[in-house]
Design a protein around this ligand. Sequence first.
Ligand code: ZN
Length: 321
Amino acid sequence: MQRITAAFTAALVVGGCSEGGPVTPATPSDSAGGTLPLLWALAQAGVTLQDGEGFEVTLSSRECAAQGNTFRVTSPTSSTLTTDGCREAIGTSWSFPGPYTAGTTVDFSLFSGFTNSPGMVRVSGSHPTWTVACEDGGDGDFNDLIFTVRATPNCNTGDPILDDPAVRQQLKNFLQQSGASNNNPAARREFGGYMYEDTNGKVDLRTRSDPQATPCSMSPGGPTPQPGEKVVGVFHTHPFSHRDPLPANCNRPPGAQYDNQARGGGSLADWNFIQTPYQGANLPMYIIDNDEVFRLDASTPPATRGSNPNRFQWNRPDCAW
Ligand SMILES: [Zn+2]
């Protein structure tokens, strides 16, 4: 779980509810429900996730004063989000990236600091966004704490190397260093090297400086592992977006465009490069461009390279690295 504290605090909405009400145990008097449920965990949320999704919970508003309003996720994981909801910053969010399997339901519960009893929770909305409205027993208007729950897409690629946040950051940095957003495409340079895994399983990317590199080519040379390191991949940047015109120093025919579809993200030279084994094994090749990241496997037959399934839109808004 990752807690994200809001950078802002919205103005407190002043109203009725438990504002100024007693914080000692009081007789439950809820106009909406009458009798408060006996079970602590009462909220069957009706929040159902789709395959591979996670979820994010955000405190979107509150109108309460009780001390100790405690809001929890009870399923599919057990987690206390806040133990004093009435003083939690509006906009605070909690992230549960999962991934969870299809049909996973997310349940919530509220312990009311106002009545020292189970609070009441109502869920409305539908995939991918729901509202969880909480009533701590002060007045029954179900606005004491209001959370927004959002299903978050499966942003994993399924490749452990690419699902390592440190590797993602390195790839992004190298793409930037290769001038991928330089307004002068001729000044861009492919940039790349090898991926090294240490004895703890941590993968580090190290580049090789290639003075001969162009916007459309570079040579990574040979790998240079440190003692104990294993070479697990070779990588480079393609500092373009799909269909970008290629500059003259790419030495392509006039009018040539960058095409990351034709060969599944790699050039013929890229696919050829990985046909030569390194220490008895073929290395996968990782390529990042402005749209996608690709993994080229040497075993892919030429005829199916164009439909290479090992590609991921790292830049898409809902999954941006
Ligand atoms: Zn390439």
